[in-house]
Structure formats: C-alpha cells, structure tokens
Design a protein around this ligand. Structure first.
Ligand code: UT7
Length: 318
C-alpha cells in the first residue's frame, strides 16, 4: 500500500495586512521586513473566523479536487498549534462541519512541523491498513497568539490552511515514498508560547530568539532532507521540486544552496503568505500544483522546522 495524494486544496482569509500596515503598529519598515525575510504581506483571519473555518474551507477544496466527499474519508488529521479551543480537537470540529458522522478525527501538535508529522502518521496508517482515505489538514490562526507590540515576531506570521486527501493504492513506487521526523526538546525555550491551560490558564503569546532559530533551522533542515532522501534510496539531485516550510526566504535560499538545488526548483510563497506554521507547506504545494509547476509523477521534497524544536521531511511522487 502507498499513500497517494488524490486531491489538494487551500484557503486564505480575505483580509490582507501589508508591511506598510505593520509599520503603523510597531517600529519597522517594509524595507527591513522584505530584506530580512522576503515577506511582503500576510492574510489575517477576521473576527469570528476560526482555525476550524479555514481548515474546513481547505478541506472542501481538497475533497473537490479529489472528486470525492467526506463520506469517503475514514480519518481526519488536523495539524495545528492554534486550535479553536483547548478541547475538543479542531479535527472533530471540522468533522462536524463536514457532516461526517463516521470514522475518527484528531489533532497533531508539532507547531510549524505539524503537517510533516501529520503526513508521517497518515502514511504509516495507510501503509499498515489502519486507514484507507485520510484528510490531512494544516490550519492556523497565528495572528491570535502574536504579541502585536513585538516587532521581532509579529511581522513574521500569517493565517491560512491547506489540505490533502491521502488515499491508499496498491503500487510499487507512488505517493509518499519516505517520511522522516525529528525533535529535540532541549531547544524549547528558543521558540515557544508563554501560556497554556496547565501552567498559566491563559493562551499566551509566541516568543522567539529569531537568529538562534535561524541557525538551527538551516542546518537541521538540510540534514533531515539528506536523511530522508537516503532512507528512500533517492539522490537529492533527482528531486524535481522542493516545497519548504515558508518561514523566511533567506532560510529557503540557504537550504537550497546547501543541497545544490536550483532557485527555480524551490516553491516560495513566503512573500504573500508569511509563515502560516502547519499550513505553510500544503498552501505552497497547492499553489505550485494549481499553477501547473508540480505535475503528476514529479518527485517532491517537503520539509518543515518549528518549535520544540521539531523538524522533518517527506519525499513523495506526486
Ligand atoms: O517557523 C518557525 C521557524 N522560525 C524561523 O525559522 C524564524 C527564524 N528567524 C528569522 O527568520 C530571523 O532571525 C528574523 C527575521 C526573525 C530576524 O532576522 P535577523 O537577521 O536574524 O535579525 P536579528 O534578530 O539578529 O535582529 C537584527 C536587528 C536587531 O536590532 P539591533 O539589536 O541590531 O539594533 C533587531 O532589534 O533587527 C532588529 N529588528 C527589527 N528591525 C526592524 C528585529 N525585528 C525587526 C523589525 N523591524 N520587524
């Protein structure tokens, strides 16, 4: 059994916040943000629009793209660190919105690496026969956990959602070829949220030592891609498309350079979406599928790095 991506979709809230808008809130400039991150704008969820709403819209688009309905899905996995509520899971809320009253749904929490972790779980379940069709969604409203007075973090993130329908098919070499996940809790203080139900009974705000995270990200991402490709028995040079987590254009460029990938092989949406955490990889991949760059049969490497630290990669034949 192989887990093949049968459909893909994404959704961005309508409201756009530009760098210029941000410069009216904190001491920053369009020039600084673009030069240091590549970000020009980000989408922000409107009042009353929740992570489950973004995830639901992306899910519907992925189901439409696959030509199936929620009735054909047996499991929903939502990767998010900004759930609607502490519980129930955002996955069960989306399940209800989809009027899906069978199967199961749960959340995965690995911050920006959530979609890769979710794919690792989904791939394992499909390959072992534990599920036939899985709706894997990355959905976030990071705007709700930002400290809008901290220019070092509030300029970096945006809201959005992306989803894929993974289906088990009997094939030799198709779909997800390899997944590889890592974490190291020693670095948890470099990127975290300073609130939570058990410790503070608050939601808290995102805190980050940006330049420290940057250094770890470049090194660890390059290594995990090499490890993932090696386990799959594939040379990095054979990868057609690189769909990285969209945190910072400088990280994307540095990783691509280390792996000797050409700039035109790198799918970059960071300028328009900023960092949407667990939603960033499926959002970027959907853009490249819809604009015709990623085609059926292409070899695609996806990766992410985030709080924990968590990081990982997945290699797939689209
Ligand atoms: O998705 C999870 C993973 N997250 C990441 O991968 C993010 C990784 N980190 C980064 O992307 C970068 O480190 C940042 C974009 C966050 C920061 O860029 P940097 O080149 O590492 O800058 P820095 O943190 O070393 O700060 C340089 C200067 C500082 O001023 P001083 O101390 O040199 O006077 C900051 O205070 O830039 C200042 N600064 C800003 N200036 C204008 C920080 N944020 C801003 C800002 N506007 N928004």
């Amino acid at each position: 059994m192989r887990a093949v991506i049968r459909g893909i979709g994404s959704f961005l809230p309508a409201d756009i916040m530009t760098n210029e808008d941000l410069s009216k809130r904190v001491e920053t400039s369009d020039e600084w943000i673009q030069e240091r991150t590549g970000i020009r704008q980000r989408h922000i969820a409107s009042e009353g629009q929740y992570t489950s709403d973004l995830g639901y819209e992306a899910a519907k688009r992925a189901l439409d793209d696959a030509g199936i309905s929620a009735a054909d899905i047996d499991l929903i996995i939502v990767a998010t660190s900004t759930p609607d509520l502490t519980f129930p899971s955002t996955a069960t809320i989306i399940q209800e919105k989809l009027e899906m009253h069978h199967g199961a749904a749960f959340d995965v929490q690995a911050v920006c690496s959530g979609f890769i972790y979710g794919m690792h779980v989904a791939n394992s379940l499909i390959r072992s026969g534990g599920a036939k069709r899985i709706l894997l969604i990355g959905a976030e409203t990071f705007s709700r956990i930002l400290d809008w007075t901290d220019r070092g973090t509030c300029v970096l993130f945006g809201d959005g959602a992306g989803a894929v329908v993974l289906e088990g098919v009997e094939a030799e070499e198709a779909g997800v070829l390899q997944t590889f996940i890592r974490s190291d809790g020693r670095h948890r203080d470099m990127l975290y949220v300073d609130g939570g139900p058990s410790r503070t009974q608050t939601v808290g705000h995102l805190r980050m030592l940006g330049n420290q995270v940057f250094k770890h990200a470049v090194t660890d991402i390059a290594q995990v891609i090499r490890d993932c490709a090696e386990q799959a028995g594939v040379a990095v040079a054979d990868i057609d498309w690189f769909v990285p987590h969209q945190a910072n254009q400088r990280i994307l460029t540095a990783v691509a350079k280390r792996l000797k990938l050409r700039p035109e092989q790198v799918i970059s949406t960071v300028a328009y979406h900023a960092n949407t955490s667990a939603a960033s990889v499926p959002l970027a991949m959907d853009c490249a599928v819809k604009d015709g760059r990623i085609k059926r049969g292409d070899l695609v490497m996806i990766e992410a790095f985030g709080g924990g630290f968590t990081w990982g990669a997945a290699l797939l034949r689209y």
